[in-house]
Write a protein that binds this ligand. Structure first.
Ligand code: HSE
Length: 420
């Protein structure tokens, strides 16, 4: 039996989950794989505070060099989170020929090129299945069983917190702030929810998926990003009347000339596979020229599901004679700053002659064609609610049309992209 010696950088939620999974299921995993895992050292800030796990004292260390510079340690698992010092430590481990396993989407997304280059230079493996979609084997799927495909689309619900919030808003007709507070009380949203609700977490994940799926570096700063904070219960209710379900999606598309990379709320037809993925679940829908369409769904967060992906990566790193390496196109496509989409527009307008004609005229000026329209009678404020669904149109043209409306007559409440 092959013994693999591990060093863990961090022993918090995820590190603790990995410790537990190895302790409870390590023997069985060894029988199945021929690889026995031994944790030699775990880096902690304080030997007395490490999540209440029963870890022998000699395993704990507060010195990173006990892991990064120990020649006996073959695989380093990074659970520190955040950009630094995680990225530098991963780089050092790779430099020393140790394979790295990480769940850290931020450090990976921001330092993808350096980490990849170092891995290539020293031949050490870089594994990051748990960085996107938790337990869902999406990275492996793209890099191995689906490799004989030209991927045209990657659309994912990759943030459980926002999916939980949107699911409850839809089910209860509740407002964003109310559900957010409840999610925070239940531990399903962070006290500072910015990374999730403003779409940063999903943007890091899309940067990773897009880079490996489209063989083109998709930098997080080139991912268009809008969160869910402006969505309200009226949008969700009117969308539903028109047959749509609202989701925060990470969308990557290879349109032949450029790579679209965007994170924003999306109306999906109710029969789309992603539309029924509810609560804190994650799912990634793919379209490849050979396999056509496919969706992988599962738990995207939590210590045990994340540990499942990490231990899977450790075993692969131990077994692979040659580590997988994303191959980039020789002539990378640019990341698009404009794209085509259909749109849901909700506006409040004075209920008087000529208003509809004015809106239709401004849309027509930008060559945006309306495919459906709904009007709700004016309330006590004398303002009617108008809902438009457009045919496919360029994003920039839509923004110009909305900016040219006279806010005295028509106030745009929200514009939400529609995917079919
Ligand atoms: N905060 C993430 C989510 C989990 O809500 O899905 C970690 O990536």
């Amino acid at each position: 039996m092959k013994e693999i010696v591990l060093g863990l950088l961090g022993l918090g939620n995820i590190g603790g989950g990995v410790w537990d999974l190895i302790r409870e299921f390590g023997d069985e995993t060894a029988k199945r794989t021929g690889v026995k895992l031994r944790v030699k050292k775990a880096l902690v800030l304080d030997k007395k505070i490490h999540g209440g796990k029963e870890v022998p004292d000699e395993v704990l260390t507060t010195d990173k060099n006990d892991i990064l510079e120990d020649p006996e340690i073959q695989i380093v698992c990074e659970f520190l989170g955040g950009e630094q010092p995680a990225a530098s430590m991963m780089l050092r481990a790779l430099e020393n020929g140790k394979s790295v396993v990480t769940a850290n989407k931020m450090a990976l997304s921001l330092h993808f090129d350096e980490l990849r280059a170092m891995s290539q230079k020293t031949g050490a493996g870089l594994y990051y299945e748990a960085s996107v979609g938790g337990a869902i084997p999406i990275i492996n799927a793209i890099q191995s069983p689906l490799i004989a495909n030209h991927l045209e689309q990657i659309m994912g619900i990759v943030n459980g917190t926002t999916n939980y919030i949107l699911t409850r808003m839809a089910a209860e007709g509740a407002e964003y702030e109310t559900v957010l507070k409840d999610a925070q009380r239940l531990g399903l949203a962070e006290p500072d929810p910015t990374a999730d609700v403003e779409g940063y977490d999903a943007a890091y994940k899309l940067s990773i998926l897009g880079s490996i799926g489209f063989h083109t570096r998709v930098r997080v700063e080139n991912v268009y990003r809008e969160g869910i904070t402006k969505v309200n219960s009226e949008d969700i209710a009117f969308g539903r009347e028109m047959g749509y379900v609202l989701k925060l999606l990470a969308i990557g598309k290879d349109n032949g000339e450029s790579i679209e990379a965007r994170v924003h709320p999306v109306f999906l037809p109710a029969d789309h596979p992603l539309a029924r993925v509810d609560g804190s679940l994650n799912a990634i829908y793919l379209y490849g020229h050979s396999f056509k369409d496919m969706m992988l769904e599962g738990r995207g967060a939590g210590d045990a599901p994340t540990a499942s992906a990490i231990v899977g990566d450790i075993i692969q790193a131990a077994q692979n004679a040659v580590h997988p390496m994303p191959v980039m196109r020789e002539n990378p496509l640019p990341v698009a700053d404009d794209w085509y989409s259909k749109y849901f527009i909700r506006m409040k307008a004075k209920d008087e002659p000529g208003v509809l004609a004015e809106v239709a005229g401004l849309l027509a000026k930008e060559k945006i064609s309306v495919s459906a329209m709904m009007q709700k009678d004016a309330g006590p404020d004398g303002k009617a609610t108008l809902i438009f669904i457009t045919h496919s149109a360029p994003e920039k043209a839509m923004q110009r049309a909305m900016n040219s409306l006279n806010p005295e007559i028509t106030k745009v409440e929200n514009v939400i992209r529609v995917e079919e």
